[in-house]
Design a protein around this ligand. Sequence first.
Ligand SMILES: [Zn+2]
Length: 154
Amino acid sequence: MKIHLKQIPAAGLHLEGEESCPIRELETEDVHCSGPLRYNLDVGLSEGALWANGSLAQPVELRCVSCLEKFPYEIQVPAFALHTELGGPEMVDLTPAMREDILLNLPAHPHCDRDGHQSCPGARPQAVTDDEKREEEAKREHDWEALDKLKLRR
Ligand SMILES: [Zn+2]
């Protein structure tokens, strides 16, 4: 993300939008970009320096270290901040700083159940008792019932 210094008015500039995933060239088997980077930044100039403040969000697909399944995750950088002295060039590239902050916020040992939206099969106890199985089945039937009702309502 390159910014022309001439584009920044004295009062500063608010930038909000999307651009291509900055960690694409660093992708591995365990980390995939699944969408564009979203940014929400305030940029300004003061005393020969460029500053930027705001937040970043990068959707990715990670591999769970426990069950090895892939799962969607969003890397959040809630307090992205940059302050750089202005040298010669009239254009400043924010991408290296963004990439660095995104990588810093990438979980080192991702678990698919970390946000509580799903349960990790790899984290489950090995032996499932019959009672637990029955409970699971009952729950599943209940879910189907709810789904059927939903269909009927349509
Ligand atoms: Zn898992």
